[in-house]
Design a protein around this ligand. Structure first.
Ligand code: ZN
Length: 377
């Protein structure tokens, strides 16, 4: 049983005791931030800082300018100065006997979305979601695959965990979010998440202007009159149009996974996914059954209550033979229940666990991770 934990590069770079502290959790793997969106994070033990504010999405691996065409990630200007945050972090982990995976966020970058709005997700009103690069855009695909390629060429990591390998939609976790008061249903949010940018419009086998008009009508009815959009996109738009949208998403996401897998180097690709094609977000919504080419594993987010998380893993295990990795939240309300949750997820079919998050966890949560690793084998 492989137990791993997520970590940021700034948890490790400049802190000579961090890798040993992670090893003391009993884990064998650390999923290390290699490309990541903006965030504010605490660093409880770091000799040089307590709060890191990553002000924009950045690449933590070495950026070789000549390798990039068009979109290029920015380097971080926070944490401890280092030419190669990812390389320094993974070297420290290797010295402590720990295996590193590259944690790669592909399409979530507000800084790039703002600089190239023509490459960002565009809803049925023509409004740009600048936090979300559209993966149907060839330039975004090129950017995402260059990230994967640059990591594979420069680092001897056995696996990459792909986050946001598809569309981010209307949801955008932000402390300044002011949309909840509109009481939008899940279906209306999913309607607002459908990208109709030129690349998507060209690939969707639908009457796109009519689709956009219908989405606007349905969402406006909900926003202005409180008439619910329905439960699913099929309810709201008809089965044929919902299926065409899912087919388009599947084609793009499987295309990215296929091309990433074809890049040189023997690396496992682990895909953060949700077994529901209606879902957009960091865990891409896809039918797990029949997903081809199969990644080395699907990483399933298990951050909600124990019963739902276990049911999700059990359902996924019944739908696919691909290995399942449970992404377990150690930052939840009851860290003392982490061991029971981990055991339940393994019994339900998860063959590996990744605890979120070794750098952010308080001492009590670190202890909960340590106990879960000890008790679940
Ligand atoms: Zn698009």
């Amino acid at each position: 049983m492989r137990h791993g934990a997520f970590a940021y590069t700034w948890d490790l770079v400049g802190d000579p005791s961090a890798a040993a502290r992670f090893a003391a959790l009993g884990i064998d793997t650390v999923t290390v931030q290699a490309a990541y969106h903006s965030v504010r994070a605490t660093t409880a033990w770091h000799p040089a800082h307590r709060v890191v504010h990553a002000e924009h999405a950045a690449a933590y691996f070495r950026i070789r300018p000549e390798r990039w065409r068009g979109l290029r990630p920015l380097a971080p200007a926070w944490g401890v100065d280092d030419e190669d945050h990812f390389g320094t972090a993974t070297a420290a982990l290797a010295a402590a006997g720990l295996r590193s995976e590259a944690w790669v966020v592909l399409t979530h970058s507000s800084v790039l979305g703002r600089s190239a709005p023509e490459l960002a997700v565009r809803n049925a009103y023509g409004e740009v979601f600048s936090h979300a690069l559209c993966p149907a855009q060839p330039a975004v695909q090129d950017y995402a695959l260059t990230i994967v390629q640059e990591i594979c060429e420069q680092y001897d990591v056995p696996a990459l965990v792909l986050e946001a390998c598809g569309w981010l939609g209307f949801e955008h976790a932000s402390q300044h979010e002011k949309t909840s008061g509109a009481d939008l249903s899940t279906c209306a949010r999913d309607l607002l998440s459908i990208c109709l940018c030129p690349a998507c419009a060209a690939r969707l086998t639908l009457d796109v202007p009519r689709l956009a008009a219908d989405i606007r009508t349905i969402v406006d009815r909900e926003l202005q009159q409180g008439i619910r959009a329905g439960a699913t996109l099929a309810d709201a738009l008809g089965t044929e149009r919902a299926d065409a949208i899912y087919q388009h998403r599947r084609d793009v996401i499987t295309g990215l996974v296929r091309e990433a897998g074809a890049l040189p180097g023997e690396r496992d690709l682990l895909l953060m996914a949700t077994d529901d094609p209606q879902v957009t977000g960091p865990d891409v919504g896809v039918e797990l059954a029949g997903f081809a080419p199969a990644p080395a594993a699907f990483v399933l987010k298990c951050w909600d209550d124990e019963e739902s998380a276990i049911a999700r893993v059990k359902a996924a295990a019944a739908r696919t033979d691909v290995r399942l990795v449970a992404n377990v939240n150690a930052l939840g309300e009851r860290p003392e229940e982490l061991s029971a949750l981990a055991a339940g997820l393994v019994a339900a079919g998860a063959s590996e666990l990744r605890y979120y998050h070794a750098g952010l966890a308080s001492p009590a949560r670190q202890e909960a991770i340590r106990l879960a690793v000890q008790e679940v084998s």
